[in-house]
Design a protein around this ligand. Structure first.
Ligand code: BG6
Length: 489
């Protein structure tokens, strides 16, 4: 007998900006991802703009737009998100392939600027609204439950450039208008919602950078506070519109370990969990900041604009379920004589017990079990793993087949870890693998960092037919779903 509940939500996940393409069609406005170039594990993606003297320039996505400059699509640059994998036009074909694998759910996001091109309009762009209605209807045709992320790293560019983005409290209202429109328009079609993708990853430059300045902390904590308030208010609106809505948070779930048993390392690791995992999780699940948050603000001289109403909203807007992405664990230490790794999102101390992907991400299924057990015990809320997967190079054979045993091995080990966590009492309700179809990498902008069961013929320079084909893992996952997680061979 399978340990997975009989209505377990097996499926896959993507995000609008990484799959849709059609970046300027049918009234869609641009998002920051549309002025972000491709990159690689060694060369970071760049955001492009024109400065006050008319020069074409590039900067890191964490830098601020200089005075007098404006974001711009430059003719000499390639922007992979403009094409994505063209799912805007090919959603029927993709959904049919998901259905062939037996998906019970498909996690996707709604592009904010497809509904509200600038983010500030009163009325939504009807073409955008109708597009997603058709997508949800197509999913329902196959009994695939949509699991919808409202915000997946794609604030409209206009809000970023002209309204101060998330550093401005007013953006909460714009976001809520967008979220409410989604809840109303898709009532009855969508029941599972996530308010913000990887909310704890919003400002990596402070929370993930040991050398961040107090000023960066001030900005990061402000942005996070506004997003946490927006999330809590969205939960309340979503429940008021449809009591049956299941609304979750979404945390970038890295599992942290202490590299040694030096008590200093143990403390450092605990503080790492507080800062990077519990900070947002506690607010979204318990309705208030943890005590350590106040210490963090004090240490970095952060003064937050927290109103009495905010505190009430945070309390009232706790989520129904805890969802998270899980790719890797990371180790921390106070010691300096240690081996280090390099990679996007993963630079840190090397754990000698683990292997690392070509992008420097550790493979650690036990870390997933540990994370599930630890977090379930903390919040006692239903959980869904909404991202997990291996970014790898795939080779297309002469006959068109794609053999990806490394991906199958990765998933097999993680599904076994999930089963162990369920046996240990965790209320795990679903699993959506990341990039069930190849997507543009968020971190590096590459196509060759592939996650999919479905291969997309497209390279890093935008060359390819965009044709879809099934990898070996496609057939394997189909068996896994059909056996409700029992047949992992
Ligand atoms: C998560 C994001 O951080 O990781 C996804 O929610 C992203 O958008 C995924 O694609 C994998 O990261 P990357 O950099 O390999 O695309």
């Amino acid at each position: 007998m399978s340990v997975f509940p009989k209505d377990f939500l097996w499926g896959g996940a993507t995000a609008a900006n990484q799959v849709e393409g059609a970046w300027n069609e049918d009234g869609r406005g641009p998002a920051l991802t549309d002025v972000t170039t491709g990159g690689s594990v060694k060369e970071r993606r760049k955001v492009t703009y024109i400065d006050k003297d008319g020069n074409h320039c590039r900067m890191s996505k964490f830098d601020k737009l200089p005075e007098g400059a404006h974001y711009a699509v430059l003719p000499e640059c390639y922007y992979p998100n403009h094409i994505g994998v063209d799912q805007y036009h090919r959603y029927k074909e993709d959904i049919a392939l998901f259905a062939e694998m037996g998906f019970k759910t498909y996690r996707m996001s709604i592009s904010w600027s497809r509904l509200f091109p600038n983010g500030t309009e009163d009325e939504p762009n009807r073409k955008g609204v109708e597009h997603y209605r058709k997508v949800f209807e197509e999913l329902r045709k196959y009994n695939i439950e949509p699991l919808v992320t409202i915000w997946h790293f794609d604030t409209p560019l206009y809000l970023e450039e002209h309204c101060g983005g998330w550093a401005n409290r007013k953006t909460i209202d714009y976001y809520l208008h967008f979220a409410e429109t989604c809840f109303r328009e898709y009532k009855g079609l969508v029941h599972y919602w996530l308010t913000f993708n990887e909310i704890n990853n919003t400002m990596p430059d402070s929370f993930f950078n040991p050398n961040a300045t107090d000023e960066t902390y001030q900005e990061a904590c402000t942005i996070l506070h506004y997003q946490l308030v927006a999330s809590a208010k969205a939960v309340q609106i979503g429940h008021a519109i449809d009591r049956t809505n299941m609304i979750g948070n979404m945390i970038c779930g890295i599992c942290y370990y202490s590299l040694t048993c030096d008590p200093q390392d143990i403390l450092l690791n605990e503080h790492q969990w507080q800062k990077k995992i519990y900070y947002c999780g506690d607010v979204q699940c318990k309705g208030e900041y943890g005590t350590y948050a106040k210490k963090l603000w004090e240490d970095h001289h952060v003064t937050l604009d927290i109103t009495e109403d905010d505190l009430v909203d945070l309390k009232k807007g706790t989520v129904d379920m805890y969802t998270f992405s899980y790719y890797m664990s990371q180790s921390v230490t106070t010691h300096t004589d240690v081996e280090r790794t390099a990679g996007n999102m993963s630079a840190g101390v090397k754990n000698p017990y683990l292997t690392y992907s070509d992008w420097g991400w550790s493979t650690d299924p036990d870390g997933l079990q540990y994370y599930l057990e630890k977090i379930y015990d903390r919040y006692r809320k239903p959980m869904i793993i909404v991202e997990n997967g291996l970014g790898a190079y795939d080779t297309v054979e002469a006959d068109g087949s794609i053999h990806d045993p490394y991906r199958i091995d990765y998933y097999r080990a993680h599904i076994k870890a999930m089963a162990r966590a369920i046996e240990a009492g965790v209320d795990l309700r679903g699993y959506t693998t990341w990039g069930c179809i190849d997507v543009v990498s968020a971190g590096t902008g590459e196509m060759r960092k592939r996650y999919g069961f479905i291969y997309v013929d497209m390279d890093d320079a935008g060359q390819g037919t965009l044709n879809r084909s099934r990898k070996d893992s496609f057939y394997w996952y189909k068996k896994v779903i059909a056996s409700n997680g029992e047949d992992l061979d």
